[in-house]
Design a protein around this ligand. Structure first.
Ligand SMILES: [Fe+2]
Length: 274
């Protein structure tokens, strides 16, 4: 049984909505659309430090997620997007730290960066990555302009605070200040189902590590940052800060956007999973 993800009702669907021919045609060509601040990488080789001979790759769960994600978001969308999203979420709900080759030392070591970024798949229509957080570290409030996003915790516990656009999300892209609806904050662990955000619902969020041993989550985003939004240009990630003038309604908030964040940045580590 697949549990219901947040922001999207889901029934027990685990079989692929794509034919084998469709999945086999998925083109894994890569393009780079970096958006997170990155400094020095670890320079470690997976083959030396991370791949253990007893690893079980028989499930190929990450490979299934990769194929479903690309098939779901490749342009033009084939079939029913909502149905395809449900299948993708179902595939992601099975992911484990072993599937993504998580090096637990990344969660515990004292590192200069608050968060470590691991690139899993950079495709022209979808980005798949993993974020590794040390205890109490945080991805500050940021958005995903006109994008879908799916988060699956694979280790530890995170607290996530989501906000939804009240006005049309395309119009919000043109504004320096935005009025948003607060969604209930949640504590999410590796046993919980994935979280789905849409271009409107839960599109802005803040993620904080709430486990003393750290946390890690897989992030599927589409379309990728850097792709063109008609009449607006490349899709950028904005950070959000609370305005001094807050609305009277406590269920809403007013944020000011910025392309920069004074404290947040990431380092990078190699992907060592399937
Ligand atoms: Fe995010």
């Amino acid at each position: 049984m697949v549990s219901a993800p947040h922001f999207l009702s889901i029934e027990n669907e685990e079989t692929s909505s794509f034919s084998n021919e469709q999945l086999s045609q998925v083109d894994a060509k890569t393009e780079t659309y970096g958006h997170w601040h990155r400094r020095a990488g670890t320079g470690l080789l997976c083959g030396v430090l991370n791949i253990r001979p007893d690893r079980d790759f028989s499930g190929r769960r990450m490979d299934a997620v990769r194929r479903h994600a690309i098939a779901t978001f490749s342009r033009p969308h084939g079939g029913n997007l909502d149905e395809n999203l449900r299948r993708l979420v179902a595939a992601m709900s099975k992911l484990t730290r072993e599937d993504v080759g998580l090096d637990v030392k990344l969660m515990r070591d004292i590192r200069e960066a608050p968060v470590t970024y691991v690139s899993i798949q950079e495709h022209e229509d979808v980005t798949i990555s993993m974020f590794v957080l040390r205890h109490r570290s945080q991805l500050p409030l940021h958005d995903h302009p006109l994008m879908y996003g799916i988060i699956k915790v694979v280790s530890g516990i995170i607290e996530i605070k989501n906000y939804s656009f009240i006005e049309d999300p395309t119009e919000s892209l043109r504004q320096q200040e935005v009025l948003v609806k607060r969604e209930p904050p949640r504590i999410i662990s590796e046993t919980d189902p994935p979280i789905l955000l849409t271009p409107t619902k839960g599109n802005i969020h803040e993620i904080t590590c709430r486990h003393s041993a750290g946390a890690a989550f897989v992030d599927v985003l589409a379309p990728p940052y850097g792709t063109l939004v008609p009449s607006l240009g490349p899709r950028s990630c904005f950070y959000y800060f609370e305005s001094d003038e807050q609305p009277a309604n406590p269920e809403t908030a007013r944020f000011i956007k910025s392309l920069e964040h004074p404290e947040f940045w990431t380092d990078v580590a190699p992907y060592c999973g399937q």
